[in-house]
Design a protein around this ligand. Structure first.
Ligand code: NAD
Length: 297
């Protein structure tokens, strides 16, 4: 039976450290780190993510500003607001919650964010720095997974790793981070996607599997090597009449059966989701330290 990689507990430990650093910044005469977030429309999942980001800022002593726009906002209006926040000296980090409505180009919006404030790590400058192994903002979900592996002392060097899903925000950067010359890292990585032939042949050989495809309970026990480390990124809301809420959140891994075979596994919820927020807060702290001249770039 696998041991649990408890993202909630791990995130709480990171958040306590960040909160302590905020107190040190204030004691040195600095100001609170400040995260600004832009939310367009009222997509239920986005509302939930933004609410927990704002709540976490309050818990660890950050300032936060939430700017909301209706679904009908034009791209020009959105870009104008981003430019305004880019110039606000007291704001350290700026994120635009994705997805955006179809009439707004996500790449144009991402490019408009000042790379110094790009705490989501989606700007091409941040992604380029990641490729080169230079210091910078790593995308929050893959960064959170690396923090989780590090927290539990999982030595990944030399492992065969399979990442399922190649999105710009999760799968692709995850494959890069796992293959970098770092610990955790130093894996031999296969990046699988919807066109991969015989995906099971890849996952069955993997010492580490990261499932990030958005298909509930896709990864079954017979696709996993005994003793593998299994990271579940998926978050899908499915109807559940037995729950008072009428729904439940399901990951990309068939947890009950895979947990019988894996050595380590993340639960959903309480796994990667919690770490994503902790990583975002870590990025915002780092942005603030640099912008306040308390840490070298
Ligand atoms: P996406 O839809 O942008 O990308 C999905 C990827 O999966 C694509 O690259 C596609 O090629 C691949 N894919 C789809 N079907 C496949 C199949 N049958 N076999 C192999 N590959 C397949 O998704 P995303 O934004 O990367 O998100 C993936 C999942 O992770 C979603 O459930 C999302 O809600 C969740 N997510 C969770 C967090 C978190 O903090 N836990 C953060 C971001 C996304």
């Amino acid at each position: 039976m696998a041991a649990i990689l408890d993202g909630k507990a791990c995130a709480a430990a990171y958040k306590a450290n960040i909160a302590a650093e905020v107190q040190q910044i204030l004691a040195r005469g600095g100001r609170k780190p400040h995260l600004a977030a832009i939310l367009v429309g009222n997509n239920g999942a986005s509302e939930t993510y933004i609410a927990s980001k704002v709540k976490t800022c309050g818990e660890i002593g950050f300032e936060s500003t939430l700017i909301r726009f209706p679904e009908s906002v034009t791209e020009a209006e959105l870009l104008e607001t981003i430019q305004k926040i880019n110039k606000q000296a007291e704001v350290d980090g700026l994120l635009v919650q994705l997805p955006l409505p179809a009439h707004i180009n996500e790449h144009t919006v991402t490019l408009a964010i000042d790379p110094e404030k790009d705490v989501d790590g989606f700007h091409p400058g941040s992604l380029g720095r990641m490729m080169l192994g230079l210091p910078g903002f790593l995308p929050a979900t893959p960064k959170g997974i690396m923090m989780l592996l590090e927290h539990y002392g999982i030595k990944t060097s030399g492992m065969e790793a399979v990442v399922i899903g190649r999105s710009h925000i999760v799968g692709s950067p995850m494959s890069v981070l796992l293959s970098r010359n770092t610990e955790p890292g130093n894996c031999t990585v296969s990046l699988c996607h919807s066109k991969t032939r015989n995906l099971e042949a890849h996952t069955r050989q993997a010492d580490l599997v990261v499932a990030a495809l958005g298909k509930p309970e896709f990864l079954k026990a017979d696709m996993v090597k005994p003793g593998a480390v299994v990271i579940d990124v998926g978050i899908t809301k499915i109807s559940d009449t037995s729950s008072p809420k009428g729904y439940k959140i399901v990951g990309d891994v068939a947890f009950e059966e895979v947990a019988q075979k894996a050595s380590w596994i993340t639960p959903v919820p309480g796994g990667v989701g919690a770490m994503t927020i902790a990583a975002l807060m870590q990025n915002t702290l780092e942005a603030s330290l640099r912008r306040q001249g308390l840490k070298q770039a």
